[in-house]
Design a binder for this molecule. Structure first.
Ligand code: HEC
Length: 160
């Protein structure tokens, strides 16, 4: 009789701790997702599409239809110089870049690629990103034309 009681108590303890941990983990996941969504949506404290950033690109860019030749070159540059820290669909050291051309102005993307340190110091969006990622983006010394090609590659990804 005593033995069965102890067994019963033990089973209850084991079951409730399993329950406790599984609910905790799943609620943690929901929280993470919520923060991530908030980060990429328009709940940021600034108008993400009006901010053009700081750097060599100061003039408003007019973008036409997607240029596949440009995007192909951009894809090669991305593979050679960016995948150490970035993937399109998931965050690694830097943010996932899927949707980036929809959440940032094209001038901002160019300046982030060409001038990441000053951006992290002065631009409100880049500062906020730096606060959320452990590392600072490294300047990959792209020319302005190369940055434009990478931008076209992002646009093509975001308009599939
Ligand atoms: C050493 C790692 C590293 C490399 C290499 C790197 N990045 Fe980044 N990138 C980051 C980090 C970290 C952030 C976010 C924090 C920050 O701004 O420093 C970022 C941010 C960005 C953003 C802004 C993303 C957003 O959600 O607004 C873009 C765009 C970007 N990188 C493009 C590139 C491109 C294009 C290349 C290649 C030419 C590149 N990065 C190379 C680490 C890197």
């Amino acid at each position: 009789m005593r033995k069965t009681n102890i067994k019963l108590i033990l089973t209850v303890i084991v079951l409730s701790s399993v329950l406790f941990f599984t609910t905790r983990c799943s609620s943690d996941n929901t929280n993470n997702n919520a923060t991530d969504n908030a980060a990429s949506a328009s709940t940021e404290p600034f108008d993400t599409l009006k901010d053009i950033g700081v750097g060599p690109v100061t003039a408003t860019m007019t973008l036409g239809a997607i240029d596949n030749a440009l995007a192909d070159s951009g894809s090669k540059i991305f593979t050679a110089k960016c995948i150490a820290c970035h993937a399109i669909e998931k965050k690694i050291i830097g943010p996932a870049l899927s949707g980036v051309s929809k959440r940032r102005a094209p001038e901002w993307i160019m300046n982030q690629i060409l001038n990441p340190s000053e951006m992290a110091e002065k631009d409100p969006i880049a500062k906020d990103l730096l606060g959320r990622y452990i590392a600072q983006m490294a300047n990959q010394n792209l020319t302005q034309d190369e940055a434009r090609e990478v931008l076209e590659f992002f646009r093509r990804n975001d308009n599939k």
